[in-house]
Design a binder for this molecule. Structure first.
Ligand code: SF4
Ligand code: SF4
Length: 307
């Protein structure tokens, strides 16, 4: 098989395995301007308590230090737009934990490639110092919008990203160099927490960070900003005009259970540990933990938001 044929085969396999988009970038050191921006963001403390974002920057900026011998980065995207939003819970968390879903599919992709030629590879999904959106842009998949999400032209931004680092050369996609935000500032203007600005995202203020990653007490009066969102926040994506192209995902593992669909404000208010365990076993919501979820629901409740 020629390099061109192998590249075509890999992309076709990625789609066969259920990914919506696949692009390929040549591995190498990220452009200096990207590293400078990232370091500036860290220096300003905008990563909040997510200290893992401060570590392993050498590997973050050079994938060949993360995976020795890495030559190509196969980037994939999987749609998570739901059939219907579940009030209070971010769209991406309706089904099973995406880390496992994406990694399982990437391991199957690696197996498919190994049926053709011997290749070493490692799969990543939000699990290592990898500049996922940067590589998705390099792989021609889309561009980074003012809401800091990867926007895939014609499809929107409700996508999980994953990468397969492999040790052979392939044919590379043309990086996506355009940005279609134009004069639009809807995401910045719609953020209830003023977490977004032209300089980027300040995680310290972001409701997604505060309700999921932040341990300990929530800032005072945060419930008013949360509205009905007690796990994550999708507002800067919901308002984005590019998401009018979104279509509901069809991945079986990402579908919500009947039990989750039947939850109501009153039921959330009385959520027991047993119910939590049944509702969220194997879900990304487990990251938050029962006590923290109850903390969030209480903050929403105290601000008087009712379903
Ligand atoms: S997730 Fe919510 S709080 Fe965070 S930047 Fe977007 S709109 Fe603002
Ligand atoms: S809402 Fe507007 S500015 Fe924000 S990411 Fe979407 S297109 Fe860009």
């Amino acid at each position: 098989m020629t390099r061109d044929e192998l590249t075509t085969y890999i992309k076709a396999e990625a789609l066969r395995l259920g990914f919506d988009v696949c692009g390929i970038a040549k591995a190498g050191v990220v452009v200096p301007q990207c590293a400078t921006m990232y370091n500036g963001w860290i220096t300003q403390g905008h990563q909040a308590t997510m200290s893992y974002l401060e570590r392993n920057c050498e590997k973050r900026f050079n994938p060949t230090l993360l995976v020795e011998g890495c030559k190509s980065i196969i980037c994939v995207a999987l749609n998570y737009a739901p059939k219907q939003p579940i009030e209070g819970i971010a769209d991406y968390a309706q089904g099973m934990d995406y880390h496992k879903i994406i990694k399982d599919k990437l391991h199957l992709l690696l197996k498919s490639i190994n049926n053709i030629c011997e290749v070493k590879g490692r799969a990543f999904c939000d699990s290592a110092p990898v500049m996922e959106r940067y590589w998705a842009v390099k792989a021609g998949i889309g561009y980074i919008g003012r809401n800091r999400q990867l926007i895939i032209p014609g499809k929107g931004s409700s996508f999980f990203l994953g990468e397969l680092f492999i040790d052979i050369e392939l044919c590379y996609d043309t990086p996506y160099e355009r940005n279609h935000c134009g004069d639009c500032r809807k995401c910045i203007e719609s953020c209830p927490a003023t977490a977004l600005s032209d300089e980027g995202l300040d995680a310290n203020k972001c409701l997604s960070y505060l309700t999921i990653e932040h341990r300990g007490e929530l800032p005072e009066n945060i419930g008013e900003k949360m509205g009905k969102c007690f796990y994550g926040c999708d507002r800067c994506q919901v308002v984005c005009p590019h998401n009018r192209f979104a279509t509901p995902n069809t991945t079986p593992e990402l579908q919500p259970t009947e039990k989750l669909l039947k939850m109501s404000y009153d039921k959330w208010k009385r959520l027991t540990k047993e119910e939590y365990d049944t509702l969220f076993a194997g879900s990304a919501v487990e990251r938050c933990g029962y006590e923290q979820l109850v903390r969030n629901i209480t903050a929403m409740n105290e601000a008087g938001h009712k379903n």
